[in-house]
Design a protein around this ligand. Sequence first.
Ligand code: CA
Ligand code: CA
Ligand code: CA
Ligand code: CA
Length: 226
Amino acid sequence: MKNAAKTTVIFVGLLAPSALGTTLLGPTPYQSFADSPFRWVAFQSFGLEDFEDGLLNTPGVASTTGTVNNPNIDTDSVDGDDGLFDGRGSSGHSWYSNNLFSVVTFTFSPVGGELPTHAGVVWTDVGFVSQGSNGFANVFLEAFGPTGNSLGTTTPVLLGDGNVQGGTGEDRFLGVIDLGGISRIEIHTETSVDWEVDHVQFGVVPAPTGLALAAVAGALVNRRRR
Ligand SMILES: [Ca+2]
Ligand SMILES: [Ca+2]
Ligand SMILES: [Ca+2]
Ligand SMILES: [Ca+2]
């Protein structure tokens, strides 16, 4: 039984992550990266774009749906980016839908040959809406795999604080984990083209390699021989 138990541990340790498929995360409250569900993950590579240099320039991510919002009364950055947890994000930078897009897309390119296995973003504000009350909207994230296949969507949730300015109590993380790779995420704020996100984050954890799989096969063969 001892050997069998060991084999089981090896098998679970190497294969369980891919067998889990896709995990969709959020929305969960977020005031700084300390609130990220990715904070403790042992990534082999990781990027966090907080827009605080005024640019979307972290290697491995791109977007054509929006523009950087610089510090302004209507800017809604993640709270901690301005160095002060004061319930305000107006002194930081965010990514704005630019009065054009109800869907903001972040596309990932391979870093070190691999697409991210983890990806997320923080929704920080909505202003004018086409239905309902300004400052509130249903929001969800959809994630896509390496061939552009949908990995699923988070459940749409009504977000917002009814205020177009930089209040941060409404800010929520949305994300996805899939060891098969993530090629892009879309954030949908269906009733608005006037909204913001921040803290695009993405990383790679080592997937089971051919070598590891061979080790598992070897362990199973040895187990049968015994
Ligand atoms: Ca940047
Ligand atoms: Ca702040
Ligand atoms: Ca920011
Ligand atoms: Ca906000």
